[in-house]
Design a protein around this ligand. Structure first.
Ligand SMILES: NC(=O)c1ccc[n+]([C@@H]2O[C@H](COP(=O)([O-])OP(=O)(O)OC[C@H]3O[C@@H](n4cnc5c(N)ncnc54)[C@H](OP(=O)(O)O)[C@@H]3O)[C@@H](O)[C@H]2O)c1
Length: 351
């Protein structure tokens, strides 16, 4: 099979580097073009990118020229990890020019005709693409993945909501530094410190979760009716976002039922054997001191969400702690899994 040739917008950033790393030996996609800001344009990727991941920068991308993030780019689809404020124009231009855009940024996530996709949770929302095609005759379209904290929350809630009905959820996050991009938070601000503010994050978790867990009815998404409350904190951890979650159910299950619903959760990506799909989307740990970012963020090659500390709660019905890798399941890995699902369902063509 010919590989799909992909362009990466924002290729030099934290998420862009994860795309480059995860795509190095991918069986379906190869990196054909990279784009970034005018600080990087005109240089080779090797010269422009301050590589911040363990392991070497893949050889194949070193000599690629960094281009402006504007069509035309010589590729079949684009992955975007651009800052939200510029992504709206840039991603919109690519979609209008006929490119499939698989985006990490927040720019289009809440648009009515844009799927906010977690393949295990709401693959039915891809039916929104028919609406995008009506307004966008070029053949281009936009599919987004959720905010990095929202993904692990919504993925954890999905099997519980399906079986027992979740009526309310309160999540308190502890979010890693790589979530702020590179160079991110100044070291003197975060050493010996916790910052109880991440711009726009609480609102994103509250609105995106309800869209993801919503139902596709006729031609639109009806958001889930549960109340969602989020408090977000930046902590001094390199990778791996964590959330302490409390929740109420419509029908309160036994603790064993919750654990079983989480551990046994499998969905379309596992059935289809998608390359980046973890065998277990959710792992439940029994140890008193898990999950921990250092020990659990790489579960399932960074695509598995780890849940622990599942207990009855004195205020709401239950509580637990959930954790996932923010630049893999929370960003680049999520977008690549979205693209793999689009291939499997016939939404992508090679050029
Ligand atoms: N980090 C995470 O865990 C995470 C998770 C989920 C979603 N996201 C989202 O993913 C996006 C990227 O995040 P990041 O953490 O990778 O940020 P980052 O490390 O700051 O990288 C930003 C990238 O965008 C490029 N860029 C910045 N301004 C630009 C401009 N005016 N024109 C063209 N390119 C420009 C940068 O290029 P230069 O190197 O040339 O400046 C760089 O490649 C954001 O929308 C973020 O919200 C991040």
């Amino acid at each position: 099979m010919n590989k799909y040739r992909v362009g990466i917008l924002g290729a030099t950033g934290m998420v862009g580097q994860r795309f480059i790393q995860l795509l190095e030996n991918h069986p379906q996609f190869e990196v054909a073009a990279v784009a970034a800001s005018d600080r990087s344009q005109g240089k080779t990727y090797g010269a422009a990118c301050s590589w911040r991941l363990t392991g070497e920068m893949p050889t194949a991308v070193r000599s690629l020229p960094v281009q402006p993030p504007a069509p035309p780019l010589d590729c079949d689809l684009v992955f975007s990890s651009l800052p939200g404020d510029i992504a709206r124009d840039v991603e919109g231009n690519f979609a209008k020019a006929g490119y499939p855009v698989i985006s990490n940024s927040s720019a289009f996530r809440m648009d009515e005709d844009v799927p906010l996709l977690i393949p295990e949770v709401n693959h039915q929302h891809l039916d929104l693409l028919a609406r995008q095609r009506q307004r966008n005759t070029s053949g281009g379209f936009i599919v987004t993945n959720p905010n990095c904290s929202t993904i692990m929350l919504a993925l954890t809630l999905a099997p519980l909501h399906a079986r027992f009905g979740v009526s309310a959820v309160a999540a308190t996050t502890l979010q890693a530094l790589s979530g702020a991009g590179y160079p991110g938070v100044a070291s003197l601000d975060i050493l010996d410190n916790v910052i109880p503010h991440i711009n726009g994050e609480e609102e994103k978790m509250e609105t995106e979760t309800r869209k993801i867990l919503g139902r596709f009815v006729n031609d639109h998404i009806e958001p889930a009716s549960m109340a969602v409350s989020a408090q977000c904190h930046r902590v001094n951890v390199a990778d791996g976002h964590m959330a302490a979650v409390r929740l109420n159910f419509t029908r309160k299950p036994e603790v064993g039922e919750i654990s079983e619903a989480l551990s046994s959760f499998r969905s379309l990506p596992q059935e289809l054997g998608l390359y980046s799909a973890p065998a277990n989307p959710i792992v439940v740990r029994a140890e008193l001191d898990r999950p921990q970012p250092k020990l659990d963020r790489d579960a399932g090659n960074g695509m598995t969400v780890t849940v622990g500390k599942l207990r009855e709660d004195a205020v709401l019905d239950y509580r637990f702690v959930t954790l996932s890798h923010n630049t893999i399941r929370g960003a680049a890995g999520a977008a690549i899994l979205n693209a793999e699902l689009l291939v499997a369902l016939g939404h992508l063509q090679t050029g």
